[in-house]
Structures are given as C-alpha cells and as structure tokens.
Design a protein around this ligand. Structure first.
Ligand code: ADP
Length: 465
C-alpha cells in the first residue's frame, strides 16, 4: 500500500472511511427509527380495531358474538374469540374445534391480567412476524385479532435492490467528498514554492508549517551565500595563482638573462661582481615572494589556528632586533614603546610575522634618517599595536587597496633608492593574520607625518605574575 505512505493517501483513507461510517450509521439509525415507529403505529391501529370489534360484541352471548364476528369483513386479519377457559369459540382462518386450548397463550394470559394488550411474535425463521391484539370482554371472553406482517429482515430483503443502489451511492458520494476534502487539505502543501523569496514562499502555507519553512528558507539563503563565498574564493585563488606566476617570471627572466650573458662570456670580468649581485638580489626577492606565498596559503587553509599565549611586546622586541641592521643601513631609528606586557592568543610565528611586515614597511618606505615607532598597549580590553613612521605615508584613497594581494603604491615614489620593492603581499598577510587572530588592521595618517598602521586584537588576560 504505497498510497498510505503519502500524506494525500492517508488523509484520503481516513476521510473516506470516516464519511462511510458516518453516512452508514446515520442511514441505519434513520431506518431503524422509522421501522420501529411504523411498528408501533401498526400495534396501535390493530389494538383500536380490536377494541372496536369488542365493543360490537360486548354484552352478547358467545353464539351471538360468533355470528356478529362472522359478518365482519376481515380480509387479512385473523379474528379469534376465546372463552374464559381458553377454548376457542370462533376463528375466521381455522376450524375452532381443531384448535387447542389457548389459555396459556401469552396474549391471552396478559389480556386477562390487564384487559387489553398487543404482542408481537417473531417467527423463528425469516419471513413474517405476527402481531396480536387481545381485549377481554366483560363476560371474560377474549377477542383477539392477528396480523401477519413482513419482518424487518424480509422488509429489508424486499428492498435489497434499493439498498444496494443506495449503498453504492453512499460509497460514491463518500469517495467524492473524501477526494475533494483531501485536495483542499493537501493543496496548500503542494503549492509551497521554496524557490520564491522569503515570506512570499510561505504566504499560502499552513500556520503550523511556517516556522519550518522559514528555517528552510534561511538555510537556503545561507547555502547560497556560502556558495557565492566559495565561488569568490575559487576566483580569488585562480587570480592569485596567475599573479604569483607572473611575479615569478620577471626575476627569473633577469636571472636567466644575466646568467646567459655571463655564460657566453659577454660580461667583462670587472662587471661580474655587479651582475652576480643583481642575480643575488633577484633570487632574494624570489625567495621572499615564495615565503610570502607559502604564509598566505597556510593562512588560506586555516592551518595556523594555534591558540598560544603570545607576548605582543616580546614579539615587537624580537622584530626590532631582527631589523636593527636594515634600519641602521638607512639611518632609521626604531623606537619602542612597550611599557606594558600585552598578551594575545595565537601562534607566535604568525604574530611575529605580522609585526615584522609592518616594521619592515616602516623602514622600507621611509626616507633616510627617518624614524619607525612601534607601540603596544592594552586599551579597553584590546591589545593595540601601532607602527608609525615619518615617511611619505599612504594616500587616503589607497588606504583600503594597500591590503590587497600584489597591490603596490606607485613604486617610483615609495621605493627608496633602487632598493627592490616588496612582494606586494606583506600587508595582505598582515590583514589575513589579524583576521585569523580575531582582530583587524587599519591605516591612517601618523602624528609623525607618515603612515600609522594599527592592529587591534582581543587581549588575553594573563595572571600578573
Ligand atoms: P610590499 O611587500 O611590496 O611592501 P605590502 O603589502 O607590504 O607590499 O605594501 C603594499 C604597498 O603599501 C607598498 O607597495 C607600499 O607602497 C605601501 N606601504 C606599505 N607600508 C607603507 C608605509 N609604512 N609607508 C608608505 N607606504 C607603505
């Protein structure tokens, strides 16, 4: 029964059965009520007929009474006159002499007790019932009238065709009604349109289903958003791969070009160190690019989600030490304002990389003799790192773009004296890392005149011991 597993099938079956039962019950109730009222009417009629006849023979002798009765025009009614001792005196259907004593008959006994009575004697076999009415006369004789009538079973039997027809009609009507109701109940379910947007899709739905539909709708949108995000990520990744290959090509071309010149003996011996230095620098920048690409792809894969307690102040101190030589080379002073112990949760190499990139930029994009100021503080429950410089700064309209991968501000202006520019990935790494650590990075104008890069991270409360 596959049909019963569907909502429609089940609703239909229940409604069909219900309407069948209801209609049948109503029909049976009406039929039996009308049959019993028909019977009691018949009883009354026969009793009053008996009383009228009794009235006719009241006060007459037995033989007179028999004569009077003989003259009465009974058709289907049996008329019997019984003497007080039960002897049958008269019967219009049989010879009284051949009839046995009636004193024990139910209707006779009861009539003797209560004067007048009706008794229905059901036949043992199907067919007919006999209705008796008996009235006792003043003389003690009892007048009895009897009528044979169709029993309920034979009454129904005689109507079997009509019964079959109406049963069939009941089934058909129940079927049609059940089908109509089922459609009405199921239609709002069928008409739910999950493709249309928001409230529109549940406008016609059942109240009870609305929370579910709203949830489905929300999940669908979530899924769409996720898909869009995934697609964006795929596009970004493809672009990134293209950019990486492009960025790798130029240093490789330089390297292989110079190497080829040297190989072919086209470089004067005194120029060899200069060419070797160029090759060295290009391979350095390639290595830097590869390092940055690796860091970024680790961040993309969320591989670096360690949650250690990392001292931001100590990370700044280590970065300052690492970059000391580079700063000195450009006559740049690194100032540290790390008067607090500021702790963040994350991976130490990542935190250090972030600080390194910012301080490195503050040196790289600064003019000779400038200053790079690194400050760390706890502010309103956040760990705040600021890296200031007094260089050219980042033009206001480019402040969002500098965090994009491979984005570099006009290199001729920012890149100091022939120094190779960065990979264009440094700030992208900073932004991504800050995000991974639950914070964010921004750039603004520094009070020193150059750029101020600020990272705000959720600070971890470490016991002060
Ligand atoms: P790169 O690896 O080339 O330094 P970044 O992503 O670190 O790339 O920086 C992107 C661009 O932002 C740089 O090309 C530079 O022009 C600009 N920039 C970064 N830091 C500074 C700074 N402190 N002062 C001025 N410009 C900066």
């Amino acid at each position: 029964m596959r049909g019963l597993r569907t909502l429609q099938g089940r609703v239909f079956a229940v409604l069909f059965a219900l309407s069948l039962v209801v209609v049948l019950a109503v029909t049976v109730a009406i039929t039996s009520a009308s049959f019993s009222s028909y019977e009691s009417e018949a009883e009354e009629l026969l009793l009053s007929q008996t009383s009228t006849c009794a009235h006719e023979i009241e006060g007459k002798s037995a033989s007179e009474a028999c004569r009077t009765l003989e003259e009465m025009p009974f058709v289907n009614t049996r008329c019997t006159l019984v003497a007080e001792d039960g002897t049958v005196l008269y019967d219009n259907f049989a010879d009284p002499a051949s009839m046995d004593n009636h004193s024990e008959r139910e209707e006779i006994v009861t009539a003797r007790e209560s004067g007048r009575v009706t008794v229905m004697r059901r036949s043992q076999t199907l067919g007919s019932d006999t209705l008796y009415a008996a009235v006792q006369l003043d003389s003690g004789m009892i007048l009895r009238l009897a009528e044979t009538r169709a029993s309920l079973a034979s009454f129904l039997g005689s109507m079997s065709t009509q019964l079959a027809v109406s049963l069939f009609a009941i089934i058909v009507i129940s079927f049609l009604v059940a089908r109509l109701l089922t459609r009405m109940i199921v239609r709002p379910l069928r008409e739910i349109d999950l493709k249309s947007e928001g409230e529109e899709s549940i406008a016609g739905a059942y109240e009870e289903l609305r929370p579910l539909l709203r949830r489905i709708d929300a999940q669908r949108r979530e899924l769409e958003d996720k898909n869009a995000e995934l697609e964006r990520a795929v596009v970004q990744r493809r672009e990134f791969t293209g950019n990486v290959s492009h960025e790798m090509k130029s240093p490789l071309q330089v390297i292989s070009g110079y190497a080829e010149l040297m190989e072919n003996g086209m470089v004067a011996p005194e120029d060899v160190p200069r060419f070797a230095n160029l090759i060295h620098r290009e391979s350095d920048s390639m290595r830097a690019l590869i390092d940055d690409v690796l860091v970024l792809s680790r961040l993309d894969e969320r591989a670096d989600e360690t949650r250690d307690m990392v001292s931001l102040s100590q990370a700044c101190q280590r970065v300052a030490n690492r970059l000391e030589a580079a700063a000195q080379e450009k006559g740049i002073a690194i100032r540290l304002e790390l008067d607090e112990e500021v702790i963040v949760l994350g991976s130490e190499p990542l935190v250090e990389q972030m600080v390194y990139n910012l301080v490195d930029n503050a040196i790289k994009y600064n003019q000779r003799g400038g200053v790079a100021c690194v400050a760390v503080a706890n502010l309103d429950g956040n760990a705040v790192l600021t890296v200031d410089d007094d260089g050219p700064g980042v033009p206001e309209d480019l402040r969002d773009r500098v965090f994009e991968r491979f984005y570099r501000v006009d290199t001729s202006r920012t890149r100091a004296d022939g120094e190779s520019g960065g990979t264009g990935l440094g700030l992208a790494i900073v932004k991504h890392a800050a995000g991974t650590l639950g914070g964010m990075v921004s750039v603004e104008e520094s009070p020193l005149g150059g750029a101020r890069f600020k990272i705000v991270l959720p600070a971890s409360q470490m016991d002060s011991n």
